[in-house]
Each structure stands twice: as C-alpha cells, then as structure tokens.
Design a protein. Structure first.
Length: 253
C-alpha cells in the first residue's frame, strides 16, 4: 500500500495512530475505520506472529490506513519479514546506541542505504512492481522508528538522533521509568525532562518525536508538547473504556 506518512513527517506535520494489541483483524479494521492516520501492530507485547500480523496489516489497509509493525527485536530477519508483509515501517524497541540505530536502518532499507534481503513479496505487490520501482517506493515510504526506553538510550539520544535514516524517536515513559529505578512513576521530574529532551533533540536533527497517549485528551497534550508521531490508546483500552462507561450508564451510576 502506498502512503505518505514519511513525507508528512518530513514536512513537519503531526500524524496520529493507535496500537492494535489483541491480534484481531476486526479490531484493526474498526479502529482504522475511525480515521486514524496509521496503526501500530504490536508484535512486541501482543500475541501476533508475522503470519498473523499480515492479516491485521491487510485489515487496516482495507480502510486505507497504513500499518507499522512494532517488532520484538532489532534482528535483520525480524525487520525483513515484518516489512516484506507490507508494513509501512518498523518500530523497534530498545534502540540504546547509535550502532544499533544504524543496524536498524541498514536492515530496513535496500541498496544503497542498507542491505535488506531482496525478494518480491507482498510489499513489492508480489512482483507486479519492477525492482527499480519497488526500491524507490521502499526508500520513499519505509518508516524507521527507534524506541528510547532505557537510561542507556536516553544517555545516547544525541548520537542516535544523528543517525541518517531514523525517522522517529519514540519515547517509552513506562519502560524508561523502570530503567531509572522509578517504575510506573511517569510524572517524575526525570521523565518529564526526558520528554522535553526528546522533543528538542528530534527538532534539532530533523526527526519526529513520538510517544504513546492513554486517551485523546492526553494525545492532545502530547501534540502541544511537540510530539508529532502520537499513538492514542489501544484497541483493548478502547473496548475496556467503552464497555465500562456503557455499563455505568445502564446502571444509572
């Protein structure tokens, strides 16, 4: 599926997505149908394999919405298989050094940028595209998102942000709080300073700062802070909130 997410970020725009964690293609299609700019299929914390994630990517695309895969690790083969199924990009956890960031970029792109293994998979329209067309499309559209979620990653954030080919640096406040020895304390001044620092570093290096927001109100706050790749809630959180609210209404609570 062709999309303009990468170009929109380059142009300084903000894009808003949501996570799919349940593994349900129906959930992916429903959430995509509500008008999000993109979805993130969460194979890191969700139960999906690459094979099952393919069906969620398709379900999102039915509604004209590209899907990024949050992968489980930075291995070449993990990134390769995730992009080959047609994901709009990869969101990689624990990118803690510039070397890892460079490896992720290399694994995500073809020559001359990287060394991604070449086949003509779903991402190449099963061979309907020529190699030249496919390479150009991949270069222009593949998003590479590096997660900053540890004390080490935060310490190295300047050098990570300088790596060409990294499009987004996505702050994980909960994992970062755990790494800093204050698990769950995401309002701690150290986390707030990390938020400001990520936005500043990204702006200075031509990247987009990314972050998760638990709901729409929090998402709006994040956008006002300068984050431009914002994920609002998850399919499970939406269902939980809606079910609880409707039950309270029915009970008159």
């Amino acid at each position: 599926m062709q999309h303009d997410l990468k170009q929109r970020l380059k142009d300084g725009q903000t894009i808003i997505g949501s996570f799919i964690t349940t593994g349900s293609p129906d959930a992916a299609e429903i959430i995509a149908g509500s008008g999000f700019d993109f979805l993130v299929i969460d194979t890191e914390h969700g139960p999906m394999s690459v094979e099952s994630a393919l069906h969620l990517v398709r379900a999102s695309e039915v509604r004209g919405v590209p899907a990024v895969l949050r992968v489980t690790n930075a291995l070449d083969t993990t990134i390769l298989r995730s992009l080959d199924i047609g994901a709009a990009g990869v969101q990689v956890p624990q990118v803690n050094t510039a070397d890892t960031a460079r490896e992720v970029v290399t694994a995500s792109h073809y020559h001359p940028v990287g060394r991604r293994g070449l086949a003509m998979p779903r991402a190449a329209d099963y061979g309907a595209l020529s190699v030249k067309e496919y390479f150009q499309q991949s270069l222009e559209q593949t998003l590479v998102i590096a997660q900053c979620e540890s004390a080490e990653g935060l310490e190295n954030i300047e050098s990570i942000a300088e790596v060409p080919g990294i499009d987004v640096i996505f702050l994980g406040p909960f994992d970062l709080s755990h790494s800093l020895g204050i698990p769950g304390e995401v309002e701690d001044p150290r986390i707030k300073e990390a938020e400001r620092r990520i936005v500043d570093v990204c702006e200075r290096n031509g990247k987009a700062a990314g972050i998760f927001a638990v709901n729409g109100a929090a998402g709006r706050q994040r956008i006002m802070q300068g984050f431009r790749y914002v994920t609002v809630a998850t399919d499970a959180l939406f269902l939980t909130a809606a079910a609880g609210n409707e039950l309270k209404t029915a009970r008159g609570e």
